[in-house]
Write a protein that binds this ligand. Structure first.
Ligand SMILES: Nc1ncnc2c1ncn2[C@@H]1O[C@H](COP(=O)(O)OP(=O)(O)O)[C@@H](O)[C@H]1O
Ligand SMILES: N[C@@H](CCOP(=O)(O)O)C(=O)O
Length: 320
């Protein structure tokens, strides 16, 4: 369920009108998603209907939102198929609805491809590289809020909830990632604004073609290699076992590399970064499961999945 705040139609109608987006003719809650309240909305203007997504942010604050929404606008203006946040007369992208910060973006066509082939993975790799290049001149900065400093803070918090073997793996992997991150090769990796959560459920396809990337609310400035590793760990594994799928991974990496050739250091550090990507989501899933914040609405995903992915990445390093 993903309607945590019931929006009265009249309130939504006023917001769409204020933004000059036409008359609201339909508003329906979206059942997918776990973090925010989402509605599909249809408006009519000059006899033409347009589909939108109205989001009320349940956890992110009005101060945190401009980075994400400005990044989406920047990417949309640079030809990347992402939802384009709509501005009011003052140019603001964050609006207030039912006492919560809200945004209106255009609705992307298509649906998520939950059983991707090598062709889908190639499309994701190509678009990821195009997105990285398009964000190079994005002027705002905000760190990836789920990067190494957060792992260092959060691992001690989740340790009491895991068994001995899991605690040993969390500790040793965290030590390894701190060691790698301090190396001159890692600090010199190319970086910029990255999506940082580009899983299968955050990409749309229609008739085999990629039609959009969305859900930018974990975006931040980090290495491009980290973004690539997060994608490989979701798009190019066997979900049941966490095992690497070489055919899909090669398709994704080759397509990425054709748009933005990987540096030698990125190829060398990919195995370590794949481990980092798995560790990041293992920690966040443990944290969401065992430490639900007060009034939290988040429905946690299974942490053991990323424990399996991490064990695979440690035991069977993958060369780029
Ligand atoms: N711009 C969009 N275009 C089309 N569908 C969207 C768009 N944004 C969200 N959705 C739909 O809403 C669902 C939930 O959105 P999501 O951003 O994943 O929510 P949450 O951040 O709460 O997890 C998605 O799975 C998708 O079906
Ligand atoms: N992709 C993350 C969870 C983030 O949730 P989302 O629905 O906002 O993408 C995970 O799988 O742990």
């Amino acid at each position: 369920m993903a309607v945590y705040t019931e929006v009265p139609e009249d309130d939504a109608r006023s917001l769409f009108a204020r933004l000059g987006l036409g008359d609201l003719v339909e508003l329906r809650g979206i059942q997918g998603g776990i973090e925010n309240t989402n509605y599909f909305a249809t408006t009519e203007q000059d006899g033409q209907r347009t589909e939108w997504v109205l989001t009320l942010f349940e956890r992110l604050t009005a101060q945190q939102l401009p980075f994400y929404l400005r990044l989406m606008k920047h990417l949309a203006q640079h030809g990347i198929p992402v939802p384009d946040p709509q501005a009011d007369a003052a140019g603001d992208l964050v609006h207030l609805l039912c006492g919560k910060p809200a945004a209106i973006v255009d609705r992307l066509a298509g649906r998520s491809e939950l059983q991707p082939t090598a062709a889908h993975c190639a499309a994701v790799g190509e678009m990821l590289a195009r997105m990285h290049l398009a964000a190079r001149d994005f002027p705002l900065t905000q760190p990836n809020l789920r990067a190494l400093p957060w792992w260092n803070e959060t691992v001690p918090v989740v340790l009491p909830f895991v068994d001995e073997a899991q605690a040993a793996l969390l500790r040793s992997e965290l030590a390894y990632q701190n060691h790698i991150a301090a190396s001159s090769a890692a600090t010199a990796l190319p970086r910029g604004a990255v999506h940082a959560d580009l899983f299968r459920d955050n990409v749309m396809f229609q008739e085999g073609a990629l039609t959009g990337l969305f859900d930018f609310y974990f975006a931040g400035v980090d290495t491009w290699l980290f973004d690539l590793a997060v994608c490989l760990n979701d798009w190019c594994i066997d979900l049941a076992t966490g095992a690497h799928d070489d055919v899909r991974a090669r398709a994704l990496l080759d397509a990425y590399d054709r748009v933005r050739p990987l540096q030698a250091a990125e190829r060398r550090l990919l195995p370590a970064m794949l481990r980092a990507g798995a560790l990041r989501f293992w920690i966040s899933r443990l944290w969401d499961l065992h430490l639900p914040r007060e009034a939290s609405l988040l429905q946690p995903h299974d942490p053991s999945h990323f424990e399996r992915v991490l064990r695979h990445r440690v035991e069977h390093p993958v060369a780029a």
